[in-house]
Design a protein around this ligand. Sequence first.
Ligand code: PMP
Length: 405
Amino acid sequence: MSTAPLQSQYDEFKQLGLKLDMSRGKPAPEQLDLSNALMAALDGYAAHDGTDTRNYGGGVGLPEARALFGELLDVPAAQVVVDSSASLSLMHDVIVYSLLLGVPGHAPWMGAQPVTFLCPVPGYDRHFAICEQRGINMVNIPMTEDGLDMDLVERLVASDASIKGMWCVPKYSNPGGVVYSDEVVRRLAAMKTAAPDFRLMWDDAYRFHHLGDEKIGMANILDECAKAGNPDRAIVFASSSKVSWAGSGVAALAASPANIAWWTKHAGIRSIGPDKVNQLRHVRFLKNKATVEALMEQHRALLRPKFDTVLALFEEHLGSVPGVSWTRPKGGYFIDLVTPPGAAKRTIALAKEAGITLTPAGAAYPYGLDPEDSHIRIAPSFPSLDEIRQAAKGIALSLRVAISQ
Ligand code: PMP
């Protein structure tokens, strides 16, 4: 580490005139290249039941695409719907249908004002944006090393019937990298809720996205809910966004038979059918769980050095700075850099001046309000390894300058 005064190190860094965007967890071009065989994966348009995939129809997805996601999510194919690219759209639509029409056997959420969601924090900004835009109140739930403060969750849902749902990113959460323990999964499945129409929005976005050597598994939420007598409680979301192509993948929703029937009925109003040509080429290319896992290994080989580089540079430049810490994720797309209270916004502004765009401060909290102004989401996937080296150093310098002022 340089012994020059901090401010001059930062000023010198600024002179480099960098232009780096680390604000979103986007796959890098080399990762997208891993799936270029998608372009040649089709030798015809017919699905194996004879469906012409170019035409309208098939609202629940092609049988072979449902079977593939069934295998990936460990759910019977009949309990899976495969749609077009974004799982976020499926989450959005589940919430809108629930608000406007109610979940199976229940009145619309909208009639019961207010509607509240529990939001584990730090969490995914786009989840919170859906709630904010749809007028759903959000309550922060602190995340812990093995998931959530479950005593608090159980107490809240048992006593407040306005709590209709909860966001969950059960594995390698965005941005904290938290993995729910099996006990947390079981408690969520079995807890008593004052609202009989309560839903767990189970966003399994990073199910196969390991960074470490260990392939972490997890109790099956749909099985646990069924065992606990709450079969309709969880709706599972996943996609191939960070498996194949983020902008042109396929998304899936898995749930109880009653929820699948409910979804199919309402989604049939919004579309005459998903992009089945893309589903078919994904089935041809991804094939099965073993081939998906092999592809994820290739992603890991590209991502791991970037994460390791950030972690090593943070250790070098921030290791001895009091009040600063960061996560060492075993999977997913993010590192959560924790600053002393009140320093995240300033750090992000200084990094921006030095040419590094980071996710806005507060984004990992409902309403953009990080109560301590101390979380910075680092997304190392997109820039090259060289750029990552510069960016990690620049972020560390920005943070040290921020807390010295
Ligand atoms: N959920 C989480 C937790 C994410 O981090 C992301 C992408 N950043 C998504 C969902 C988006 O998924 P999709 O591309 O399938 O809409």
